[in-house]
Design a protein around this ligand. Structure first.
Ligand SMILES: [Fe+2]
Length: 249
């Protein structure tokens, strides 16, 4: 089978997913995106573009697809919500295996939204060396007394600095990196691991924060369960699937 590069106008059409409000004015889309209608931003994390190619370079036979699905899903989300800003919370690329292809996908997506913010993740070192791209360690969205601070999650120093600089009464931090998932069991033999969104509470530099851990956008490397830790306790979890966004108790 011959591989072909496809342009955004040629990507497969992806049906809209279910969504659920998880915080006032903020919805989790079943395609693993967080949407803040009032502030006009759409956030996703851990696209890991080039995942399959990297596995092949390491000698793996599987998986050998994935980027087309990521691009098509992103196109569907951008058409549905028409955000002012798209925030990519790190691990946009999986590594050095497909920098050119990743750049092509990002440039096709960037024409569908007024502004794209690239938050650097630990897998983005090679992609971040591309000169025409502008990267940030954190990105902040403020309105009224509420602030949302986006970071990847592998380095805490930039987040600590951003929180210390904040004068907002309510601070939300949004990260990727962990790839949370929950295991669903119907009790009759069907079990499935489903990517999840976590809401955690904790404190950063003595300030109370609500920490949101995004489900990984890639269909690969969906991760596993996340428990309380020294910094945060998990308050709520949602299983995130295109057919349904389900609170998990
Ligand atoms: Fe990741």
């Amino acid at each position: 089978m011959k591989r072909t590069d496809k342009k955004s106008t040629e990507v497969p059409s992806i049906p809209e997913a279910a969504s659920l409000e998880v915080s006032p004015g903020v919805s989790l889309d079943g395609h693993r995106a967080l949407w803040h209608a009032g502030q006009g931003w759409l956030a996703v994390a851990d696209l890991h573009l080039g995942y399959a190619r990297r596995r092949q370079e390491l000698g793996g036979l599987w998986p050998d697809w994935g980027d087309e699905q990521v691009e098509a899903t992103m196109v569907a989300l951008l058409r549905k919500y028409q955000p002012e800003r798209l925030i990519l919370c790190g691990d946009i690329a999986d590594g050095a295996a497909s920098v050119r292809e990743t750049r092509e996908i990002l440039s096709r997506l960037s024409v569908l939204v007024p502004q794209t913010i690239y938050v650097r993740g630990n897998h983005d070192r090679k992609l971040a060396s591309v000169e025409e791209m502008t990267w940030v360690e954190t990105h902040s969205e403020r309105a009224d007394s509420e602030e949302w601070i986006f970071f990847h999650g592998d380095r805490l120093t930039p987040l600590i600095e951003a929180v210390e600089d904040s004068t907002s009464e309510r601070i939300h931090t949004v990260q990727g990196h962990i790839h949370p998932a929950v295991r669903l069991d119907d009790g009759a033999g069907t079990r499935s691991s489903v990517p999840a969104l976590l809401e955690r509470t904790g404190s950063v530099s003595g300030k109370a924060v609500t920490n949101w851990v995004m489900p990984a956008f890639t269909q690969w490397s969906s991760g596993g369960a996340v428990a309380d830790c020294a910094a945060y306790s998990v308050q709520r979890t949602w299983a995130c699937h295109p057919k349904a966004v389900l609170p998990v108790v």
